[in-house]
Design a protein around this ligand. Structure first.
Ligand code: ACO
Length: 429
């Protein structure tokens, strides 16, 4: 009779243990009973980079990496990208269900009316050096928001949590646009409540002397879909940072600054920026084979390729390719797209990439679209952060309400010296 258990025999002692299996997992803590003696600490699981360890239960995002499936709260990403809006998707991630028309109106109203930031924030953005990276400014500005909302510490209070969630979703585009305008020396453009979430962001980024900025509807929609595609991706590096920091119970601004810092790295959200630099470095289709050789020799990584979870294709990359065509119809073709398409074609035939299951990820084509829309390269990771904000917040809230969660505190395997006595400085060789 099959049982949902795992029988483990410890060959050191000959003892046998039966561990329950639930949801395809065993509890790592169950291994602690496996000891060689009473004073033995007990067996631990060793899993650097969490390659095979679930740290939480989550009802937010489902990914099947082999089949290339991504769903938010059960809804396929392809359907959300086609039919939803970023704010509706944010509501879905946070509340678990799609909103009714009245709920959506109230949610959009709330977010739209919290986009303005305190004037003092402008002062410290002014203090950054002229060539400060927008992501550095963004991370700092998000952290600084906590000093403007002292009540944000009251994370056990649902209303307080909701207030900060609305503020964060509403204000991240403002912070991002202000960081950009500082770096290009342009006056800050204030939010326009007549515009959509994404339309207003384009307004704050690109408005110059016109009395009223009107975003191009195709570009406005394309950016909205890009935000939808980035809105959550379960327990990735930055979301794990959000949960890990949140587990010691600081306010959500401090948590999100940490999550955004994790996103900044070139192996995560910073990859979109690196892809653009790489394509420019390659420069022409003729130069692709030589570049692929360098990748195969391990000299460089093919940025925008590979994923910890997706080993077949990244469904977001497929959707992004379609958006690229719509955007180029308006902006004209970004010449880098030809290099990217050819790079993808050659890479997907090469044994190096095929055997390692390396495919284009979400970042491979997103940067080319952003550039065609006139976003400067170094703001790309910030665009990712705006999109990911609702996901971080949904995951943070789920972690706080999960009775099984405690302060995150991994174990280690100590490999340093055994106890030894302090050596006086004159006796050290
Ligand atoms: N180019 C060349 N080789 C690669 C690449 C790449 N982009 N990605 C992985 N490999 C190789 C590794 O060298 C390794 O080869 P080996 O077995 O011969 O040593 C093998 O593929 C497995 O790679 P790992 O680094 O072990 O895979 P991991 O799951 O840890 O890394 C990651 C995933 C970080 C995304 C990696 O593929 C990478 O660095 N990609 C480029 C950066 C990038 O595009 N990041 C964005 C990810 S998507 C996102 O964050 C939204």
């Amino acid at each position: 009779m099959p049982k949902d258990t795992l029988t483990v025999v410890d060959n050191r002692t000959g003892k046998s243990y039966e561990l329950p299996i639930q949801n395809g997992t065993v509890r790592a803590a169950d291994f602690r009973q496996i000891k060689t003696s009473d004073d033995d600490f007990g067996l631990m699981a060793y899993d650097p980079a969490f390659m095979n360890t679930a740290a939480c239960r989550s009802a937010i995002t489902y990914i099947d990496g082999d089949k290339g499936i991504l769903q938010y709260r059960g809804y396929p990403i392809e359907q959300l990208a086609e039919k939803s809006t970023f704010l509706e998707t944010a509501y879905l991630l946070l509340h678990g269900e799609l909103p009714t028309a009245a709920e959506l109106d109230a949610w959009v109203y709330q977010v739209t009316h919290h986009t303005i930031i305190h004037e003092n924030i402008k002062k410290f953005i002014d203090g950054f050096h002229h060539d400060a990276h927008p992501m550095g400014m963004f991370v700092s500005a998000v952290a600084a928001l906590s000093t403007f909302y002292a009540e944000a510490k009251r994370i056990a209070d649902e209303q307080m949590r909701n207030n900060q969630i609305v503020r964060l979703i509403a204000k991240t585009p403002t912070l991002a646009a202000f960081a950009h305008r500082h770096s290009v020396g342009m006056p800050y453009a204030y939010p326009d409540n007549d515009l959509s979430y994404t339309g207003n962001f384009l307004n704050m980024m690109f408005k110059t002397t016109e009395v009223k900025y009107g975003p191009h509807p195709v570009l406005e929609r394309a950016l909205d879909v890009l935000f939808i595609l980035h809105a959550d991706h379960e327990q990735n590096c930055s979301t794990s940072a959000m949960r890990g920091i949140g587990s010691s119970h600081p306010d959500p601004y401090s948590c999100m600054a940490g999550a955004a810092a994790a996103l900044y790295g070139p192996l995560h959200g910073g990859a979109n920026e690196e892809v653009l630099r790489m394509l420019r470095e390659i420069g022409s289709i003729d130069a692709i084979p030589a570049y692929i050789q360098r990748v195969k020799k391990g000299e460089v990584r093919l940025m925008g390729f590979g994923h910890r979870v997706y080993k077949n294709f990244d469904p977001r990359a497929k959707i992004i390719k379609q958006i690229a065509e719509q955007v180029f119809d308006v902006t004209g073709k970004n010449p880098l797209i030809d290099i990217a398409v050819e790079l993808e074609r050659i890479a997907l035939q090469e044994e190096y990439f095929v055997s390692r299951k390396l495919y284009p990820n979400v970042d491979f084509y997103s940067g080319i679209i952003y550039e065609a829309m006139k976003f400067p390269v170094d703001i790309f990771p910030v665009l990712f952060a705006i999109g990911r904000t609702p996901g971080w917040l949904a995951q943070w809230q789920e972690m706080l309400l999960d009775k099984e969660q405690k302060i995150a505190r991994p174990r280690q395997v100590y490999t340093g010296p055994a106890k030894r006595d302090y050596v006086a400085i004159e006796k050290r060789s």
